[in-house]
Design a protein around this ligand. Structure first.
Ligand SMILES: Cc1cc2nc3c(=O)[nH]c(=O)nc-3n(C[C@H](O)[C@H](O)[C@H](O)COP(=O)(O)O)c2cc1C
Length: 185
């Protein structure tokens, strides 16, 4: 089983990437995790350019999503919403729409920000976008406020309740990846 982890932040010292790394340590043994590195290379979405063969960065994105059994996204909040680079990548991932690479895919959303709210608005917007695309967004949530103070030197969340919630999010998305998809008759 394979989990694709995507950070909505392109920043080197991203707290959201740290959150994904902390999440990866909670995965059961035998579960492979790939931290997607190609977000910055994805061009701006242009419907005229959305043709086959796709741009190499778009192919890498769609391929990584298609190969994953589950996806974990950690998003910062930019001006009360999700970062443009992440939204842009999801727009590419959403096409071709009927059988896009996120359709029915279990996706967990978490987020960290330096404010007191932990990217809750960004996460809500991200959940809405993923739902429209057709992903199976899991209900378990984790918001990490004051992200600059939230991690210890080993990269774990200092707050044991937050670390336990992160473990629950990870366990839920892994379980969902094994669950049968219920389709309307
Ligand atoms: C352009 C910009 C807009 C931001 N807007 C918000 C915001 O609306 N709400 C919030 O909680 N944090 C906001 N922040 C703070 C980010 O959440 C914070 O920098 C966070 O650490 C970024 O995530 P990262 O560490 O993974 O890069 C903003 C930061 C930037 C650069």
């Amino acid at each position: 089983m394979r989990v694709l982890a995507i950070s909505g932040s392109l920043r080197g010292n991203s707290h959201n990437r740290m959150l994904l790394e902390a999440a990866a340590r909670e995965l059961p043994s035998g579960v492979e995790v790939e931290l997607f590195q190609g977000l910055a290379d994805v061009p701006h979405y242009d419907e005229d350019a959305d043709v086959e063969p796709a741009h190499p960065a778009v192919r890498r994105l769609r391929g990584a999503l298609a190969r994953a059994d589950a996806v974990l996204i950690a998003t910062p909040e930019y001006n009360a919403s999700l970062p443009g680079a992440l939204k842009n990548a999801l727009d590419w991932a959403s096409r071709p729409f009927p059988d896009n690479c996120l359709r029915a895919k279990p996706v967990a959303v978490v987020g960290a920000s330096t404010s007191l709210f932990g990217a809750v608005w960004a996460q809500a917007e991200l959940r809405k976008v993923l739902g429209v695309i057709g992903a199976r967004v899991i209900e378990r949530e984790l918001s990490v406020p004051r992200a600059h103070e939230a991690f210890d030197a080993g990269g774990a969340l200092r707050d044991p309740e937050q670390q336990a919630l992160l473990a629950e999010v990870v366990a839920t998305v892994v379980t969902e990846a094994h669950a049968p998809v219920h389709q309307a008759a």
